[in-house]
Design a protein around this ligand. Structure first.
Ligand code: HEC
Ligand code: HEC
Length: 268
């Protein structure tokens, strides 16, 4: 307290003042610069959404209505709360735009570019609440352990195999719908199918199957389909090869034993 009382400046005052002003400049800059970049982002988003709205009017509105409200006479649902993930899934798998709004939307070749799909998804996302397009870390199965794959198998048998078969080969459903093969479905689309429940498939929300468990299910589907020859080599060729070697070794040792007896017998 002596330096205050004496009225003299502390000798650290100047450097401190300098630091403080540098800090203030930094703080002001930090406060201003994200504002400018987020407004640039805002413009880009607005452009994307506007482009999506145009694409939607041309390709989707005849069934879903100009504002995605759904046209009952076309059997096309309201897209208010389906989210960007549903659009990404439906358009990427070629299900949408449907050619004929009857029955189950068949998967076919997608004719939209990635940018067009992003625009359509961004527009539909503005209509309400729904799952966003996932980040890779939400569905990527590459860090799932062996126990994780086993857990994925349990989840799959409990929740999916009734419709899709035990290894995801697919199958017919009683009401005429078809659960498709999911043996080669990209992980991102498995995630999107779970969260959006296309057609007759139920929605599996994050509360029922959280992202970590979705990754395990995906890892299981990959693993069970990555080893298609396991059944053949173990159940088919395996035993034959083992039998062959058992035969060679067994007969071989009998022959050696016979020779041993013969030489001993001759000596006796
Ligand atoms: C010929 C009519 C038709 C056109 C055109 C069409 N749809 Fe659909 N759409 C449907 C019908 C019918 C369904 C319900 C089918 C089903 O659930 O299998 C549907 C379902 C959807 C769903 C799933 C909704 C949900 O509940 O998960 C999305 C998303 C969707 N459409 C987006 C689009 C987009 C985007 C386009 C334009 C690129 C489009 N549709 C064009 C008829 C159409
Ligand atoms: C009640 C039956 C049913 C259950 C249970 C079910 N699905 Fe489906 N699933 C379907 C049907 C039907 C479709 C096709 C929907 C369509 O084409 O509109 C489908 C579509 C899919 C697709 C899209 C495949 C493609 O063509 O790209 C994936 C991935 C998928 N299901 C994964 C799963 C997983 C994983 C589970 C378990 C967590 C599951 N499903 C549970 C009936 C089911």
């Amino acid at each position: 307290m002596r330096f205050l009382a004496s009225g003299r400046r502390h000798k650290a005052a100047r450097p401190l003042l300098l630091l403080l002003s540098l800090f203030l400049v930094g703080a002001v800059y930090a406060a201003v610069s994200p504002a400018t970049s987020s407004s640039a982002e805002g413009v880009a988003d607005a452009q994307l959404i506007a482009a999506g709205k145009n694409l939607f009017a041309v390709n989707c509105a005849s069934c879903h209505g100009l504002n995605g409200e759904g046209l009952p006479q076309q059997g096309a649902p309201n897209l208010g709360n389906v989210g960007a993930a549903a659009v990404d899934f439906q358009v990427r798998t070629g299900r949408m735009p449907m050619a004929n709004p009857q029955g189950q939307a068949p998967a076919k070749e997608n004719t939209f570019t990635d940018d067009e799909i992003a625009a359509l998804a961004a527009y539909v996302a503005t209509l309400g609440d729904g799952p966003a397009i996932p980040d890779q870390n939400q569905y990527d199965p590459s860090s799932v352990s062996a126990e994780g794959v086993a857990r994925g198998g349990d989840l799959f048998r409990t929740n999916c195999s009734a419709c899709h078969n035990f290894k995801g080969a697919g199958g017919a459903l009683p009401n005429g719908a078809v659960a498709p093969s999911i043996e080669n479905t990209p992980p991102e689309q498995v995630w999107e199918a779970l969260r959006t429940g296309p057609g007759q498939m139920p929605v599996f929300a994050a509360g029922a199957i959280p992202d970590e468990d979705v990754q395990k299910v995906i890892a299981y589907i990959k693993q069970v389909n990555a080893t298609p020859s396991a059944g053949l080599s173990l159940g088919g060729l395996g035993p034959v090869a083992e039998g062959f070697w058992a035969w060679v070794a067994g007969i071989g040792s009998l022959v050696l034993f016979a020779i041993w007896i013969a030489t001993r017998g001759a000596r006796a």
